[in-house]
Design a protein around this ligand. Structure first.
Ligand code: CP
Length: 309
């Protein structure tokens, strides 16, 4: 049984919760390997997705995960809703809650918006990414991918590279990696590093080449152009010289090290076009992250709906 009602940030999770979620993800991963990729575990339950910001991976993954569990899904379309007529967001969400749903998945472009909404809503909520704050299910699917690759978290070292300042993925992953004992270094420039970063208790570097020979996980962050209120880098060439990975740098990695990225990738910025075209899934885990996301979200939806019974 999970210890939390809402999953808003990684701090909501105990080590026991993480263990339960990963174990259940293993079970659902097996279901996804079958010819018939569906179980009736949540027949009669309803999962509502409310995305106020664009998404490909997270939204489709949550909706497919709910369907694979036999639940009904409702997908709220913000752009064509009564929000356009000026309805207060809390009234909109209360309206949807009144249709008797069992779980609400919310993405919003404002940091803290999901926590704010949770104060007004009785139905359990999962944060599917809020502004620069957190993206807890991304961190969990990343951790699951690491576990499936290395078997355990013991003695692992990770580097999280790029736009830390504007990244909710960085904040969630750093906290989760710390919780399970993965030693983490952030690789970024001073301008892309948040001011209060000592709180996160991680090592820092300024050039990806400093860490490539030593870490097991190179986690490339997306340049979050949509959250940048100004130009943070003089040119892509300048960014590439310190914070990107290409075929040449790929050869500097440890033998069993892997590259991860939450997607969507800005080709030629974080990862070179050539490296993106390499189909070595033992080294480049981007597609496996997406696949594992489905199992992690099935586990979370199942456990959070079950908890209410
Ligand atoms: N990684 C991630 O959150 O991707 P989407 O924005 O496509 O959901």
């Amino acid at each position: 049984m999970l210890s939390f009602k809402n999953l808003i940030d990684i701090d909501d999770l105990s080590l026991k919760d993480i263990e339960i979620i990963l174990e259940n993800a293993d079970t659902f991963s097996d279901v996804l390997e079958r010819d018939l990729k569906k179980v009736p575990a949540l027949r009669g339950k309803t999962v509502l997705t409310m995305f106020f910001e664009p998404s490909t991976r997270t939204r489709n993954s949550f909706e497919l995960a709910a369907k694979r569990l036999g639940a009904d899904t409702v997908s709220f379309a913000a752009a064509t809703s009564s929000l356009r007529k000026g309805e207060f967001i809390i009234d909109t969400i209360k309206t949807m809650q009144s249709m008797v749903v069992d779980l609400i998945i919310i993405r919003h472009s404002d940091s803290g918006a999901v926590n704010f909404i949770s104060k007004y809503i009785e139905t359990p909520i999962i944060n599917a990414g809020d502004g620069k704050h957190q993206h807890p299910t991304q961190a969990l699917l990343d951790l699951y991918t690491i576990k499936k690759t290395f078997g355990s978290f013991k003695n692992l070292k990770a580097a999280i590279v790029g736009d830390i300042l504007n990244s909710r993925v960085a904040r969630s992953n750093i906290i989760l990696f710390n919780k399970v004992g993965i030693e983490t270094t952030i690789v970024t420039s001073s301008i892309l590093k948040p001011e209060n970063f000592d709180y996160f208790n991680v090592k820092t570097a300024t050039n990806i080449e400093e860490v490539l020979p030593f870490v097991d996980i190179i986690y490339m962050l997306r340049m979050q152009f949509e959250r940048q209120d100004r130009k943070y880098y003089p040119s892509i060439k300048e960014y590439n010289s310190f914070l990107s990975i290409d075929e040449k740098r790929f050869s500097l990695m440890k033998e069993n090290a892997i590259i991860m990225h939450p997607g969507p990738v800005n080709r030629g910025i974080e990862i070179s076009e050539g490296l993106m075209n390499i189909k070595d899934e033992s080294k480049i885990k981007i597609n496996q992250q997406v696949r594992n996301g489905l199992a992690i979200r099935m586990a979370l939806i199942y456990l959070m709906c079950l908890k209410q019974d």
